[in-house]
Design a protein around this ligand. Sequence first.
Ligand SMILES: NC(=O)C1=CN([C@@H]2O[C@H](COP(=O)(O)OP(=O)(O)OC[C@H]3O[C@@H](n4cnc5c(N)ncnc54)[C@H](OP(=O)(O)O)[C@@H]3O)[C@@H](O)[C@H]2O)C=CC1
Ligand SMILES: O=C(O)C(=O)C(=O)[C@H](O)[C@@H](O)CO
Length: 332
Amino acid sequence: MKLSFETLQKEFKRVLIARHVKPDVADECATMFAQTTESGVYSHGVNRFPRFIQQLDQGDIHPDAVAKKILSLGAIEQWDAQRSIGNLTAKKMMDRAISLASDHGIGLVALRNANHWMRGGSYGWQAAEKGYIGICWTNSIAVMPPWGAKECRIGTNPLIVAIPGSPITMVDMSMSMFSYGMLEVNRLAGRELPVDGGFDDNGQLTREPGVIEKNRRILPMGYWKGSGLSIVLDMIATLLSDGASVAEVTEDNSDEYGISQIFIAIEVDRLIDGATRDAKLRRIMDYVTTAERNNPDEAVRLPGHEFTRLLAENRRNGITVDDSVWAKIQAL
Ligand SMILES: NC(=O)C1=CN([C@@H]2O[C@H](COP(=O)(O)OP(=O)(O)OC[C@H]3O[C@@H](n4cnc5c(N)ncnc54)[C@H](OP(=O)(O)O)[C@@H]3O)[C@@H](O)[C@H]2O)C=CC1
Ligand SMILES: O=C(O)C(=O)C(=O)[C@H](O)[C@@H](O)CO
């Protein structure tokens, strides 16, 4: 079905208000979920809303809590999210990193005790829209086997790098070959994965999303490389926030909460003048996109460059929502 932004926002807000979330908090949180969906990231917008509500109902998320600053070291700050709503707090933390960067050239906020932030790209994009390079990542509960193992011991720990420019270029990627959210999107559409996404129960590589969602033998992106990157991202987030690692979240908590996140903003414009910046970015983009195509019908593109078109299309034609997902939300 196709739904409007307003219908989505109103329904998310209704569900939140029914759970006694304060109206202004419910409004902002619902808006962020609707914006993520409208941007085309269905996996971590409308599709993930029921799971978010499950965690709210379980008491993992504290809707009245507000993040508090623990310490300040000039360009670096450490904050405690106090288990507040993940997307709202992440937005505030990237704003804080931007403000530090406007004073120091670079700003880094390390956050502990946080909740799932949904679409990590929202916060990179937020920095890039204001002219800053945005870099952020989060850890998670253990949902991926390290390279060489069968058992989940590492996080999908997505890393986001956003570059201001026209258009914004942004990588927003799970440390697994596919996020669980993208496995769900493919399963709901009845599609096989375009490349291997994990191992089946017999240890053979598989493209069946449902099999991997169940056995959790998901492949790290770039095999051992994604496995290693997931581990060091977890280490940095844990150390700088003095927060919980993937091991601690998995072994000490009853579900995925109390995680650790990093938000970095870098001011570009004091290091390079605007015209030179634009020319250098244009040369990179042109050099990449004019590479001889593997398939003549498929353009070579840069990450993040589709969002403006997707957003415009969704605004014009309505947002595609899976019927079963919408029925679940209406029943909440
Ligand atoms: N614990 C958490 O918080 C987690 C959150 N997530 C979130 O899930 C969402 C989806 O993540 P994931 O499934 O890894 O994302 P995808 O695998 O869909 O995309 C990963 C990156 O690859 C880029 N890309 C994909 N195809 C191409 C192409 N043909 N050419 C160039 N670039 C390409 C994407 O750009 P483009 O966007 O332009 O397609 C994106 O930057 C993210 O928002 C992520 O933050 C994921 C895992 C855990
Ligand atoms: O992979 C995802 O998608 C995601 O958003 C995650 O947070 C984790 O991988 C996991 O919590 C999914 O169960």
